[in-house]
Design a protein around this ligand. Structure first.
Ligand SMILES: Cc1cc2nc3c(=O)[nH]c(=O)nc-3n(C[C@H](O)[C@H](O)[C@H](O)COP(=O)(O)OP(=O)(O)OC[C@H]3O[C@@H](n4cnc5c(N)ncnc54)[C@H](O)[C@@H]3O)c2cc1C
Length: 477
């Protein structure tokens, strides 16, 4: 077994064919990032053994840390209401645990957002806003998943490809390359790890299309939309002596066709600010301190520049460019081998500005659990891939139709119409708290997009305009 194996190795017996215990044998999850861990949580209820394979070195005893395989952890991650609900169900007490580490919690409606059409109304919505660093979230989830008796982590272990049966109808394992522990450099060892189910959760740069073609199977078609988006982020100290502002987070959105610059500032655990400067359509915030501060000061939202000008930086600026969206249509691929599932960013990487990635990955993990309840003995997961594709329809339509606004030609009609509708909502939101609340529920995936099509919301000037019902925001962090 892999050198980096932690936790449940002694309890696990690798098997092919369904075993005893929970009944489904051995599941291998490739990728120990967010989606892989949430999937492992769900699989642990149904499989006798679950092995999470991760290329990076992970010390489960260590606290939150950045690592090479998840460079996005340097940047802000907002967890939408639907994702937060699912995580709380899968990991009871998670929200309180993050709060105990100093991750502030308030109402999403109290989060000032500046659109090119004006400021969002500051009203309570009942949608929680908890702000934390991505390493804090990952560490909390990882600790809970690795404590499950059937789960084992094989870190410093790289998957190089799939193993299929002779007829190429079923995946029976993965090819792994194991790096040795500390000490003199030794060549990695190669071997095969058998599995009854292989879950691919290898993130945005997943090699699954290549692994399928290496195995003699077709690769999926992919939909791509590139808004030329980049993030540049830096952490600052939130001075205990200074008065906290009356907001926990503040944002300026980029929006086609003209708003190329944006940014966000979030209060995160350990009394820190996480500041991120966005650039769209090829615009990029500089990574040198002077250029970063100038870019922040150039934004219309004053909160971001104020923090950058006044707070003490705690490290360098980190940039992540090339944030295009890509949806691999595995749901349409024929043949789809048995015993194989793909989810998370490996299935679809979305424009991160709209914050759907972690939520759809959680929804997909829950769907996988349901699918396992009715699975046939062939281990055919085509239904799962079809259902997983449904979780992506709304976020893909939202993000791609807005992002296609940077293009001047070749925009599909549905995308152009949705963009017109979204722009109409954005023009009305600054003056219409009721519409804003409903819009947020749709964006957070707790209400159907159809709720925005109620005639009074669609027709301009009717219905809810100006109704400042329920609470307004009084306090910040
Ligand atoms: C800049 C940025 C900001 C974002 N902001 C938000 C946000 O506000 N809200 C939100 O919900 N989402 C956000 N996202 C999206 C979110 O980060 C992803 O949706 C989420 O991380 C997906 O998890 P994943 O497990 O699929 O991928 P990852 O978290 O990227 O994990 C993939 C893992 O697979 C491992 N791996 C890869 N290949 C192999 C291999 N061959 N063998 C073994 N291990 C391998 C990697 O080391 C890594 O640990 C953002 C993304 C970016 C880039």
């Amino acid at each position: 077994m892999a050198e980096g194996m932690h936790s449940a190795e002694a309890r696990r017996s690798s098997s092919t064919g369904h075993g005893s215990g929970h009944g489904h044998g051995h599941a291998v999850v490739v990728g120990g990032g967010y989606a892989g861990l949430v999937a492992a949580r769900v699989l642990a209820r149904r499989f006798d053994a679950v092995t999470v394979i991760e290329a990076d070195r992970i010390d489960p005893g260590a606290g939150p840390a950045h690592r090479k395989g998840t460079p996005q952890s340097r940047h802000p991650h907002a967890l939408l209401a639907r994702g937060a609900e699912i995580l709380e169900r899968l990991f009871p007490g998670l929200r309180a645990e993050l709060a105990a580490h100093g991750a502030p919690l308030s109402d999403f409606g109290c989060f000032p957002m500046l659109y090119p059409t004006g400021w969002s109304p500051r009203v309570t919505t009942g949608i929680p806003l908890q702000t934390f660093s991505r390493p804090l979230l990952d560490a909390a989830i990882r600790r809970r998943v690795l404590a499950l008796p059937v789960v084992a982590l094989a870190d410093r272990t790289h998957v190089d490809g799939l193993v299929l049966d002779a007829g190429r109808r079923r995946v029976t394992g993965v090819r792994i390359r194991v790096r040795t522990a500390v000490g003199p450099a030794q060549p990695p060892s190669h071997r095969t790890l058998p599995a009854d189910l292989v879950v691919i959760a290898t993130g945005r740069h997943s090699r699954l299309p290549q692994w399928l073609t290496d195995a003699g199977l077709p690769a999926p078609a992919a939909l791509s939309v590139d808004a030329g988006l980049s993030y540049a982020s830096r952490v600052y100290r939130r001075d205990a002596a200074a008065t906290d502002p009356d907001w926990q987070a503040s944002l300026q959105a980029t929006l086609a066709p003209a708003a190329r610059r944006g940014g966000a500032v979030l209060a995160i655990e350990e009394r820190r600010w996480l500041v991120c400067l966005f650039g769209a359509d090829g615009e990029m915030a500089p990574t040198d301190p002077g250029g970063f501060a100038e870019y922040a000061a150039s934004l219309t939202n004053p909160h971001i520049g104020q923090i950058v000008a006044a707070a003490q930086p705690l490290g360098p600026v980190h940039r992540y460019a090339g944030l295009g969206g890509q949806w691999h249509r595995y749901d349409r691929l024929r043949p789809w081998p048995g015993g194989l599932v793909v989810l998370g960013d490996a299935l679809c990487s979305l424009n991160p500005l709209y914050g759907h990635g972690m939520t759809v990955a959680a929804m997909q993990a829950v769907l996988l659990g349901r699918e396992l309840n009715s699975l046939d003995s062939e281990g055919d997961y085509r239904n799962f891939q079809r259902r997983a594709a449904r979780t992506l329809r709304f976020p893909w339509l939202l993000t791609s139709s807005l992002d296609l606004g940077w293009r001047t030609e070749g925009v599909p009609l549905t995308a152009a119409l949705s963009r017109r509708m979204l722009h109409r909502f954005l023009r009305r939101i600054p003056d219409d708290p009721t519409l804003y609340r409903r819009f947020l529920k749709v964006q957070h995936m707790t209400a159907s997009p159809a709720t925005l099509l109620i005639p009074s919301f669609v027709r301009r000037g009717e219905g809810s305009k100006g109704t400042r019902s329920k609470g307004t925001c009084s306090k910040g962090i």
